[in-house]
Design a binder for this molecule. Sequence first.
Ligand code: AHM
Ligand code: MG
Length: 333
Amino acid sequence: MSSLRRQGDFTTLTRHVLTQMGSFSAEAFDISALMSRIALAGKMIARQLSRAGLVADVLGMTGTTNVQGEEVKKMDEFANQAFIRAFEQSGLVCRLVSEEMAKPYYLPENCPIGRYTLIFDPIDGSSNIDVNLAVGTIFSVRQQETVPGDDPDRDLLQAGHKQLIAGYLLYGSSTMLVYTMGKGVHAFTLDAGLGEFILSHENLTVPSKGSIYSVNEGNFHQWSVGMQNYIRHIHSQGGYSGRYSGALVADIHRILFQGGVFLYPGTQKHPQGKLRLLYENAPLAYIITQAGGKASTGKEDVLDVVPQSLHDRTPLIIGSREDVDLVLSFLHD
Ligand code: AHM
Ligand code: MG
């Protein structure tokens, strides 16, 4: 379980990142600056969300569709722009990849020195915005690499093990930022008065088993027999509670703290499910794996999957180790 911080023990995000990096090298300062830009975009988004219903351009649609063919909400667009603005002229990130942009977005002024790529889902669970429920942002940082061939973005098509940092922001009853850089999972809570993310939970671990299952059961008849049998098993066992908010970040945050399993299986129509690998499944898999949990597509570890394209999808089974293994035992039967 987590260790809750003492009151008055103010470790800021930037200080924590520098401590995690274990040095005061140029790289450590770059990573710390990069995280502080992510936090800045998160604060811009949190502030805008808190004014929903009071100012224009928070609720509703833009009237356009994104690369996934989904209708773009005004907040999807705002949040995407918030990240672009946060990284312009930063010298940190040369390229941004987002759910809302078909192709990588280059910030040419940063490219001579910017060694990193930011991959993100600006607003996860955006259908929750219009009804004032929790939403999130998911992010992942990778080193920019040069790979042979004509396509300069081919280095992005590598497994989730290549992530340097992964995390999410949760805009709930408070705003939280949770991240890992391969040395445990740490959570920060936004102190709105200070305008700073302050360390609230260090070295989070997922319970090895939980009693929450989180899945859209409306799709039950489109799942494989194995998946249906797992859910029948859960129903017949008793002792489980279903919790599904419509925002992946919120549902996985609950599981990180309390244990259990989140599922977005493939369906007959969409065998790869709904969720995207690079900016949803892989970052969350890195977080949950670092916290001692497990993330699988049903066939392989999520972090082992090599995407064929930027917006690839995979099924997702993620959470407490024993719960994920139980699901897999039904799928493999
Ligand atoms: P989004 O990033 O376009 O909001 O889509 C991802 C969201 C997840 O947060 C959530 O778990 C899922 O879509 C809900 O989908 P469904 O309505 O099919 O259950
Ligand atoms: Mg999403």
